[in-house]
Design a protein around this ligand. Structure first.
Ligand SMILES: Cc1cc2nc3c(=O)[nH]c(=O)nc-3n(C[C@H](O)[C@H](O)[C@H](O)COP(=O)(O)OP(=O)(O)OC[C@H]3O[C@@H](n4cnc5c(N)ncnc54)[C@H](O)[C@@H]3O)c2cc1C
Length: 466
């Protein structure tokens, strides 16, 4: 039996790793010249750079053991440190009572509390439906908090009004149940293990940035007899009836054919379906056209001082700043930068083709350094652009119709009985690294045991993803 895995992100790598470990013939094809997908890292001068902050966190002991195994125990643990910049000040995130009381204008605190009470009372008479992101947040946090943080940050990061974003996103990405829950947790932090969401400890490779996970996976897969083809984009998937028979990819300017018994897809599902021969029907093409992605431009700024902030990352909801989040890799691993300098990664969300997507390093650095100076984190003349990276499929856009469109794609995929689709891109699901790895391992189990290991259930619920 020969399994072809499409895409060498963490989902594809985890699948191929478990299959090769069990002695199955596996070939993995990847369009880029590296393994790791979005969770990659690269060396620029003395620095290791990631695509923004990538912290591995999970409550699944077995998955954490698996991470140690893949990384040959070369792992560091860190206490998460992250803040939000609002109203000219930095607030700890998750919120800390003393910090909020000391820094937030008292009038605003009172207004937030009053808004919350008003909306709770109004709800006794008329329920607000959970029909979009704005309503989900309003009914749980009131208008003031919606406006100063949730709404402002989300519409800035997603580049669309919150009324057009599905409530699914709120339930997966907002940790507290409501304002009262936040206040309770702020005043009486839950003991270890009780925290719903804001798992404070995380794991990170000791060397080589987050991309070390992908590199180690690829190395081990090949050592176990699996084949990893890099710079090998998918061209076609040839179907006969309801079976996929061959995968055709391009490498070194020519086509190569792989006979296959099973395909595991982890590239964007739309791109895989478009590769089907015979081709997909017009309704599937129409659904594909309606599923959108948010892209990110990452601007890496080198700064002439040992540290810019103690944070792993800082959220920047306010609209006068173009960047929406910064991160400092040195705080993830000592290996990321030399002692006397540091790098700040500044993220700008955009749509492919818009003015931000088209930024080059010089233009991106100008914006990023201006914002860092506004924040008071760097002094004029001490920072410069180091590198720039772009991710086209960074975030699936959960708009109000994404579920129906996605169902059309999933149905088209299901018609091919030896084609399985998983991972963040394969499922169009806003999940984390641990989820993609867990999905890949479950798919492998399904293939090996011939019984459904329910990969589709990973990260499918309304639980908080962190
Ligand atoms: C800015 C940012 C920050 C994040 N922070 C965190 C975090 O702190 N913690 C966390 O757990 N997760 C985080 N994530 C999410 C995490 O990166 C993903 O969940 C995970 O990397 C997804 O892995 P995947 O294999 O499912 O998908 P991907 O990594 O997208 O892998 C898909 C692979 O398919 C390849 N491919 C695409 N098209 C083709 C083709 N035509 N032919 C061949 N190959 C192709 C791609 O090159 C890629 O390698 C973050 C994501 C982003 C964007």
């Amino acid at each position: 039996m020969h399994v072809v895995v499409l895409g060498a992100g963490l989902a594809g790598l985890a699948t191929a790793y478990e299959l090769s470990r069990a002695g199955m013939a596996v070939t993995l094809i990847e369009k880029e010249d590296y393994a790791g997908g979005m969770a990659t890292s690269w060396k620029k001068g003395p620095y290791w750079l990631d695509h923004g902050p990538h912290r591995f966190h999970s409550r699944d002991k077995q998955l954490i053991e698996h991470l140690y195994e893949v990384l040959d125990n070369e792992v560091v643990t860190r206490e998460r440190m992250s803040r939000i910049y609002m109203q000219g000040k930095f607030f700890h995130y998750p919120l800390k009572a003393q910090n909020v009381l000391a820094n937030m204008p008292k009038g605003l605190l009172f207004k937030a509390g009053w808004d919350y009470l008003t909306i709770r009372v109004r709800q006794w008479f008329k329920k607000i439906p959970d029909d979009n992101f704005e309503n989900w947040v309003l009914k749980r946090f009131g208008r003031t908090l919606y406006e100063i943080f949730f709404g402002t940050y989300t519409s800035k990061a997603w580049k669309m009004p919150c009324t057009e974003i599905s409530a699914d996103w709120a339930s997966q990405r907002i940790s507290q149940a409501n304002l009262w829950d936040t206040v309770k947790k702020t005043l009486m932090p839950p003991r270890d293990g009780e925290v719903r969401s804001l798992v404070s400890e995380f794991w990170y490779p000791a060397h080589g940035g987050i991309g070390q996970i992908g590199r180690k996976y690829a190395e081990k897969i090949e050592r176990m007899g699996g084949v990893v083809h890099l710079e090998a984009p998918l061209e076609r998937i040839e179907l006969e009836g309801n079976l996929a028979k061959r995968v055709i990819y391009r490498k070194n300017g020519r086509e190569h054919v792989l006979e296959c018994d099973e395909i595991v897809n982890t590239i964007p599902l739309s791109r895989a379906l478009e590769a089907f021969q015979p081709g997909i029907s017009p309704d599937v093409h129409a659904a594909i056209a309606n599923l959108r992605y948010s892209a990110i431009v990452f601007v890496y700024v080198e700064v002439d001082k040992p540290s810019v902030s103690p944070d792993h990352w800082v959220y920047l909801p306010e609209k006068h700043l173009t960047i929406h989040r910064i991160s400092e890799f040195k705080n993830f691993s000592d290996d990321a930068a030399p002692g006397d300098k540091t790098v700040v990664c500044c993220e700008i969300t955009c749509r492919v083709g818009d003015e931000h997507w088209n930024l080059d390093l010089e233009q991106g650095a100008k914006i990023a350094i201006r914002d860092l100076e506004t924040l008071g984190l760097v002094e004029p003349g001490t920072a410069r652009g180091l590198d720039l990276a772009k991710l086209r499929y960074a975030y699936p856009v959960y708009d109000l119709t994404y579920k129906e469109n996605l169902e059309v794609l999933k149905r088209a995929a299901k018609r091919v009985s030896n084609f399985q689709t998983t991972g963040r891109q394969g499922l169009y699901r806003y999940n984390n690294m641990d989820h993609s790895i867990a999905m890949g391992r479950r798919i492998a189990k399904t293939i090996l045991k011939g019984a459904d290991a329910r990969a589709d259930e990973v990260a499918a619920g309304q639980e908080y993803f962190g």
